[in-house]
Write a protein that binds this ligand. Structure first.
Ligand SMILES: Cc1cc2nc3c(=O)[nH]c(=O)nc-3n(C[C@H](O)[C@H](O)[C@H](O)COP(=O)(O)OP(=O)(O)OC[C@H]3O[C@@H](n4cnc5c(N)ncnc54)[C@H](O)[C@@H]3O)c2cc1C
Length: 329
């Protein structure tokens, strides 16, 4: 008969790893299934990114996070979480995507991945939000020159680049490309740069805009993207500008498909926040837990690594509590 895991964790991001550590500490039998590389989202972040958190805030499992500066880089974070994985001997199956999940009549979950089937008493969904971009849904968005992910500035030297969005990612992209000699225009939906852009970066971008080094259109929406130009909808009418590349840094949305399959309800407001008890992270489906950034629904800024690590202990304590209650029945 197939072994039944106590817990199957979907997602090998920082929070999935924290859940694995909590299971190790509690001697609970678990597996983490990750569709990509270890900490796949971090791996896909811009090559030169620096975290806004100080390294101590990203620590887990009692392993100190040393970084050269007080805020770590992407590479330092990748190395840190690799060390965490190695030190705790976490059971992570990489390059394996969870495709379907269901609760069988006997109350056991059946999880089908790209490689095998698992059975588990509990599921933790720690699937993050970085896989699906928040699309603009405008003509031309599918052109190869348009991207929702950014790596590095070198391909854009001397190129006309439109950066859509005014939050942290957009600002970092605009400044980095401009500093390497790209001609950057920003399309800002609101009146200016977002209020919660990192306080040490905001004056930099605002001054570049003020001095005219970076052109910014405010209260502006992208209307159409063409091979060699983009059409912007601005308060003074339609503006067409020459263009080589577009970075649509318009955010990302969690993949609700896995939640839907399990019957996890979402709030009816614009946040579409999954239904769960914040004291133990259990969703409206008993045995299905939510951890990490996925908990915020479309409000992807509500949870981040720093404030989600705590989910791991909350969930495992609840699972342990249930087992004790069962054994005393
Ligand atoms: C540029 C940038 C900078 C940031 N800086 C900070 C910071 O300084 N401090 C901070 O606290 N937060 C920061 N964040 C946010 C932080 O990175 C995320 O909150 C964090 O990654 C959330 O961790 P997570 O484990 O919940 O999700 P993720 O890291 O997104 O992990 C989810 C994992 O699930 C996997 N997955 C998804 N679907 C499946 C499936 N069907 N089957 C198997 N695996 C699946 C994904 O591949 C991924 O590896 C930053 C984010 C960005 C974009």
């Amino acid at each position: 008969m197939k072994k039944i895991l106590d817990v199957l964790i979907v997602g090998g991001g920082p929070i999935g790893l924290a859940c694995g550590i909590a299971c190790e500490k509690a001697n609970i039998n678990y597996v983490i299934v990750e569709k990509g590389v270890l900490t796949n989202s971090l791996f896909n972040y811009p090559l030169n990114m620096t975290f806004f958190s100080t390294s101590d805030k990203l620590e887990m499992g009692g392993i100190p996070f040393m970084s050269i500066s007080h805020k770590p880089t992407r590479t330092e974070a990748l190395e840190y979480y690799r060390r965490v994985f190695q030190q705790w001997k976490l059971k992570v199956n990489l390059y394996e995507e969870v495709k379907t999940l269901q609760k069988n009549v006997d109350g056991i979950f059946e999880i089908n991945t790209s490689k095998q089937t698992y059975l588990a008493h509990n599921i933790i969904l720690a699937t993050g939000f970085y896989d699906l971009p928040n699309l603009m849904n405008v003509p031309g968005e599918e052109l190869p020159k348009v991207s929702h992910y950014y790596k590095e500035p070198w391909p854009y030297i001397g190129q006309k680049v439109l950066v859509v969005g005014g939050a942290n990612s957009a600002v970092d992209v605009a400044l980095e490309i401009w500093r390497k000699g790209g001609h950057v225009t920003m399309a800002l939906k609101g009146d200016g740069i977002d209020a919660n852009v990192k306080y040490w970066v905001k004056p930099d971008i605002e001054n570049r805009i003020k001095e005219g080094s970076i052109k910014a259109y405010t209260n502006c929406l992208v209307k159409e993207i063409r091979e060699k130009e983009v059409v912007l909808d601005t308060p003074t009418g339609e503006v067409t500008i020459p263009n080589d590349f577009v970075f649509a840094m318009t955010g990302y949305v969690p993949n609700f498909a896995l939640l839907d399959q399990l019957g996890v309800e979402l709030s009816l407001d614009e946040k579409r926040q999954p239904c769960y008890d914040p004291s133990n992270q259990e969703s409206n489906i008993p045995g299905v837990y939510l951890a990490g950034v996925v908990c915020g629904g479309l409000n992807t800024r509500e949870f981040f690594i720093e404030n989600s690590i705590i989910h791991a202990e909350q969930i495992v304590n609840h699972i342990l509590g249930k087992s004790l209650a069962d054994s005393s029945d």
